[in-house]
Design a protein around this ligand. Structure first.
Ligand code: IPE
Ligand code: IPE
Ligand code: MG
Length: 229
């Protein structure tokens, strides 16, 4: 099988899932968070070292109603608090948790959770769970460019990588987007230069282990050239 070191998910379709069931969008996000727990754990059980989830984009943060953002952030806190099943499963597996994005916009409650999770998993080395929160590739790249300018040294691909939110994280091998739309929506644009992309019509809360297995099997059959013959 082609090496699968880093898998990333654009978890789209929570709102439509809820709408189709006559529920509130927040119910869709809740169901989506449960799916995320299961899928992320399955990925680590498969031996995948890096799992990244797109939980909130810079555009979501600006453009969605405050209530919806607040509900999403409550879910993030619930899933990362010490008593949560999800957090304990990650801790027991020795998984480090990291956050990608501009975190300066968040209030102390969420920042304290992030700080604690980072501290508690700092020495974990069996895998890494990356949560993209208020993440946008354009923001990330502009931020990196400014850091480069401040450093006053010639920029190389290597040094530029160190200024990205994804420093120390290998580029994604496979990016899966659910929800039926065929776009990246400002996710890992620089890092996805040679990623394999997979688009599924399934709405994220319905995404299953079976579909993940099928996609990974499809990925394994692809030939990755990286520009070679
Ligand atoms: C993705 O689901 C989750 C976030 C963007 C936070 P959506 O909320 O975008 O769901 P749809 O696309 O409206 O169905
Ligand atoms: C992408 O979904 C962002 C996340 C999954 C967090 P969106 O629903 O925000 O994407 P667009 O707006 O349809 O492109
Ligand atoms: Mg969407």
């Amino acid at each position: 099988m082609s090496n699968l070191c880093h898998i990333a998910f654009i978890m789209d379709g929570n709102g439509r899932w809820a709408q189709r069931k006559g529920k509130k969008r927040s119910d869709g996000h809740r169901a989506g968070a449960d799916t995320m727990q299961d899928i992320v754990n399955i990925c680590f059980d498969k031996g995948i070292k890096h799992v990244t989830v797109y939980a909130l984009s810079t555009e979501n943060f600006i453009q969605r109603p405050k209530d919806e953002i607040d509900e999403l952030l409550v879910l993030v806190r619930q899933h990362l608090k010490h008593s949560s099943k999800h957090f304990n499963r990650l801790l027991n597996k020795g998984i480090k948790v990291e956050f990608l994005g501009d975190l300066t916009v968040f209030d102390n409650e969420i920042l304290d959770t992030i700080k604690k999770v980072r501290q508690d998993t700092l020495d974990c080395s069996n895998g890494q769970f990356n949560i993209a929160l208020n993440y946008g590739s354009r923001d990330e790249i502009i931020n990196a460019v400014n850091l480069c300018v401040d450093s006053n040294t010639k920029v190389t691909q290597e040094s530029f990588n160190r200024y990205l939110y994804t420093k120390n994280i290998p580029d994604p091998d496979l990016i899966i987007r659910t929800g039926g739309d065929i776009r990246l929506s400002n996710f890992l644009l620089y890092q996805a230069a040679y990623s394999e992309l997979y688009f599924s019509n399934t709405l994220w809360p319905d995404f299953s282990k079976k579909e993940l297995d099928d996609i990974i099997s499809n990925y394994s059959s692809r030939k990755r050239n990286f520009g070679s013959v």
